[in-house]
Design a protein around this ligand. Structure first.
Ligand SMILES: [Zn+2]
Length: 152
């Protein structure tokens, strides 16, 4: 897929060491335009919107924050633990958004499966439909994520 010069610049921002030590692309050799397109297509098949995913993630993070570092049970389905606030990180999409640096770890009590995300993940999913590249530290598969959250 052809990539606009703007996405080209954004992708450069996503490389390791630009905005964050690990970056957001991982071992993915695809263009950002292709990464966005492929994830949008697979999410489309679930019938779930990126906004609905982000909303559920935010809800769990908000619950987790009440635990102040202690795991919090949510709805008898999840256990949520939110780490310390560690400053702010600019969004690589150049929208002037500065996002809190904070990690949420969520465990499903029925399966034991654990998924973690950052506040920046939530923002990038909601606003940009970006789930990070293959092999990236915080890569989230949109379909797995929707199932994990119990909304697909
Ligand atoms: Zn953004």
């Amino acid at each position: 897929m052809k990539q606009s010069p703007e996405l080209e610049l954004i992708q450069a921002n996503m490389m390791p060491g630009a905005l964050s030590a690990h970056g957001f692309i991982g071992q993915d050799s695809r263009k950002l335009a292709d990464i966005l397109h492929t994830d949008a297509k697979s999410l489309e098949k679930t019938g779930i919107t990126k906004e609905a995913l982000a909303e559920k993630m935010q809800e769990l993070t908000d619950y987790g924050m009440r635990g102040l570092g202690t795991p919090m049970p949510v709805d008898d389905i999840f256990e949520v633990e939110v780490g310390d606030y560690r400053g702010k990180l600019p969004c690589p999409f150049k929208d002037n958004a500065k996002i809190d640096k904070r990690q949420t770890v969520v465990r499903r009590l029925d399966t034991g499966v654990i998924i973690r995300w950052t506040d920046l993940n939530i923002h990038m999913i909601k606003e940009h439909g970006f789930f990070e590249g293959y092999g990236s530290v915080y890569r989230l598969d949109p379909v797995e994520l929707a199932r994990f959250l119990g909304i697909a």
